[in-house]
Design a protein. Structure first.
Length: 422
């Protein structure tokens, strides 16, 4: 009995001494406001939870792990488990082990609901989380249970990223089966942490990964390499990589949903690097391109252009771009699109301003009240911007015609094919 009492007292003492989850820092009110738009996304639970995931991760990065956990716990689809695993990894990297364990335990308990057929996305996130929070051996067990080769490759690539961060000899870690941004991030982190003579091989690995990846991911991976060069004091290399990223982003196409956003991302990175003139040129191109893709995808690029203007100190232009993004959201005919893009605006501006300026707040309030649709806002552009849009549209049309002519000239006619066959 004595031993039992002693063990109980010791256990209670250890529990009382162990730190609890970190309290939330004062968070930008726009992040909580963004969550208020989630109920407006109706009849599409996956889309609603995808946006909830974005908001929860933004809350965690802003130093509010408890608010992030609470929001993730309210999600209805299996993405809730992905959110919890990702929050667990984020908290662990911030040194908040109590928040990390809480999110991990909740995710593991949720996975018990799927003993025979676990959902694929949370299953990949689970294997990746095990690599960070448990061990490589345990993560490989989860990796072996994944249902198809592509899922296993994605999980293994993210496991490799965790192994690069932990290994005493990261150059000895086998290459990943897929090019994923997490691997570039890991090599860049090792480079920044290394001594001057060790950093270069790690940066070469990061660059090789960036240049071999899918084009849609290349700009952001090159930006990460550029930021690592900047932290190591190699400003010329940083600027060269950002120009390379701009070239890649330019070739993604202006009418795709990803092209304008990646251009804006590069312009923002250039502004943060102090490359004022190149940043301004890229941001002006991105501002035009953001108006050429389908209206559903326009605000996501516009808000990133606004961030770039803010970084350059051109706050009036930034506010005008945030305002236009909100107007584009308001006039979209589908209410889900209006809510999604209102969330984009709020997540973006929360990084820079403690309060929403009145004109923007009025538009967002209309979306929250369920208003909007075609004709509900007057979207007038300045003559300079309208002229730039028109010129870009004409240039794109001319390029398309020239490509069609070249393709037609290179193809033999049907008659010539028939003669050859005879």
């Amino acid at each position: 009995m004595k031993f039992f009492c002693l063990a109980l007292v010791t256990a209670l003492a250890l529990v009382s001494c162990s730190p609890g989850p970190r309290p939330d820092l004062i968070m930008a009110p726009q992040l909580r406001e963004a969550a208020c738009y989630l109920p407006l996304i109706r009849e599409d639970a996956d889309l609603r939870d995808a946006k909830a995931l974005d908001i929860a991760l933004a809350m965690a990065r802003a130093g509010a792990p408890m608010a992030a956990f609470d929001l993730a716990s309210e999600m209805k689809t299996p993405l809730r488990l992905s959110a919890l695993y990702r929050l667990a990894v984020l908290s662990a990297k911030e040194g908040d082990l109590a928040s990390s364990h809480r999110a991990m335990d909740a995710a593991e308990k949720g996975m018990e609901q799927y003993p025979l057929n676990p959902p694929r996305v949370p299953d990949i996130d689970r294997a990746a989380a095990y690599a960070v929070l448990r061990s490589s051996a345990e993560s490989r067990k989860k990796f072996d249970l994944l249902g198809n080769p592509y899922d296993r490759n994605e999980a293994l690539a993210r496991i490799r990223a965790a192994e690069i961060l932990r290994a005493s000899d990261p150059l000895g870690v086998p290459g990943p089966p897929l090019i994923v941004p997490e691997v570039t991030t890991a090599w860049c982190q090792r480079a920044v942490q290394a001594t001057a003579d060790q950093a270069r091989p790690y940066l070469e690995k990061a660059l090789a990964n960036s240049r071999d990846g899918f084009p849609v991911f290349r700009p952001r991976m090159l930006i990460e390499c550029a930021e690592a060069e900047g932290k190591l004091g190699n400003d010329q290399a940083r600027q060269a990589l950002l120009r390379e990223a701009a070239f890649v982003a330019e070739n993604l196409g202006d009418r795709t949903e990803i092209g304008p956003m990646e251009r804006a991302r590069v312009g923002l990175a250039m502004a943060q690097a102090g490359m004022r003139d190149p940043a301004r040129a890229v941001l002006e191109q991105a501002a035009v391109a953001s108006r050429l893709c389908a209206s559903y995808f326009q605000p996501a690029a516009m808000v990133m252009v606004a961030e770039g203007w803010w970084e350059l100190g051109e706050k009036d232009k930034a506010n005008a771009m945030w305002l236009e993004a909100a107007k584009v959201a308001l006039v979209h005919p589908h209410p889900n699109a209006r809510a999604v893009n209102a969330i984009y605006v709020l997540l973006s501006i929360s990084k820079y301003q403690p309060e929403i300026f009145p004109e923007l707040a009025a538009i967002l309030d209309r979306i929250k009240r369920g208003e909007g649709g075609e004709g509900s806002a007057n979207l007038t552009l300045s003559p300079e911007i309208q002229d730039a849009v028109s010129k870009t549209q004409k240039a794109l049309y001319k390029d398309a015609l020239e490509k069609d002519k070249k393709n037609a000239a290179g193809k033999p006619s049907k008659d010539s094919k028939t003669k050859k066959q005879k």
